[in-house]
Ligand binder design. Structure first.
Ligand code: DC
Length: 226
C-alpha cells in the first residue's frame, strides 16, 4: 500500500506548488491531475473539436500524450477554460480514472508514496488517502498569481478579465454534478492568501506530517522485519 497525500483546491490557489514541494520532501511521486484534463482539452482544441461535446472530449481523453504534461502550451488560460468543460463530462472522468488509480497504487520509480493534486482527489480518486489538504486563497490574489504566471509565458492579459474567468471556472468546477470541487470532510483547510511560498509550505507540512509520519514508520518497521 502506498502512502497517498491528496491536495485539492481552487484554480491558482498554490496547490500545485505545494504538492510538488510535499512530494520532494517525502521522496514521493507527484501527479498534477489537472494536466490530464488540460491535455485532453488541448487535444480537442487541436482537432478543432468542441470541449463541451462528449464525443469530441472523449476522443481527446483517449488521445492524450503524457509526455506533453510539462508543455507550456497546456498552461494557457484558453486551455484551462476548455479543461474545465471536458472535466464536467462523466465519460472523460471515467476514461482518466484508471491512470490516476494506477499511479497512486504503483507510484513510478518504486516510490513509497504519491502526492496528487486536483479537484476530486480526496473525495473521489483517493478517499482513503493518508493526508488530505484543501487549498484556497482570495480570488483577487489568485487572479494576480495567474496574471504573473501568464506574463512570464509572454501572454499579456487584463487582470480583471482573468479574475472573472477564474471565478466562472471555480463556479463551474464546484457546481458540476460529477465529482464537484469541494473539501473532503477529513481534509485540512489551508488558505494561502497571506502566505508566501515558504510559509505556505511550512503550514502544509505541519498539517500533513502527523498523518503521514505513522505510515512512514510502519513502512520502516515492515522493511526491518522483512
Ligand atoms: O488545476 P488546473 O487549473 O490545471 O485544472 C484545470 C481544470 O481541470 C479545472 O478547471 C478542473 C479540471 N480538473 C478536474 O476536474 N479534476 C481534477 N482532479 C483536476 C482538474
Amino acid at each position: 500500500m502506498s502512502i497517498i497525500i491528496a491536495v485539492d483546491g481552487t484554480a491558482a490557489s498554490g496547490k500545485g506548488t505545494l504538492a510538488k514541494q510535499l512530494a520532494a520532501h517525502y521522496g514521493f511521486a507527484h501527479l498534477d491531475s489537472g494536466a490530464l484534463y488540460r491535455l485532453t482539452a488541448l487535444a480537442v482544441l487541436q482537432a478543432k473539436g468542441d470541449p463541451g461535446r462528449e464525443a469530441d472530449a472523449l476522443r481527446g481523453a483517449r488521445a492524450i500524450d503524457l509526455s506533453m504534461a510539462g508543455d507550456p502550451a497546456i498552461r494557457t488560460d484558453v486551455v484551462g477554460q476548455a479543461a474545465s468543460k471536458v472535466a464536467g463530462i462523466g465519460a472523460v472522468r471515467a476514461a482518466l480514472l484508471d491512470f490516476q488509480k494506477d499511479f497512486l497504487s504503483h507510484p513510478p520509480g518504486g516510490s513509497p508514496g504519491a502526492v496528487m493534486d486536483g479537484r476530486d482527489i480526496g473525495t473521489v480518486i483517493a478517499p482513503d488517502a493518508a493526508a488530505k489538504l484543501y487549498v484556497d486563497a482570495r480570488p483577487e490574489l489568485r487572479a494576480h498569481r495567474r496574471w504573473l504566471e501568464l506574463k512570464s509565458m509572454g501572454i499579456d492579459r487584463d487582470e480583471a478579465d482573468l479574475l472573472k474567468e477564474l471565478m466562472a471556472r471555480d463556479a463551474a468546477d464546484k457546481s458540476r454534478p460529477i465529482s464537484p470541487l469541494k473539501p473532503a470532510p477529513d481534509a485540512a483547510l489551508l488558505d494561502t492568501s497571506d502566505l508566501g511560498i515558504e510559509p505556505a509550505f511550512a503550514a502544509a507540512l505541519a498539517m500533513v506530517e502527523p498523518k503521514v509520519r505513522p505510515h512512514l514508520e510502519g513502512l520502516l518497521k515492515d522493511r526491518h522485519r522483512g
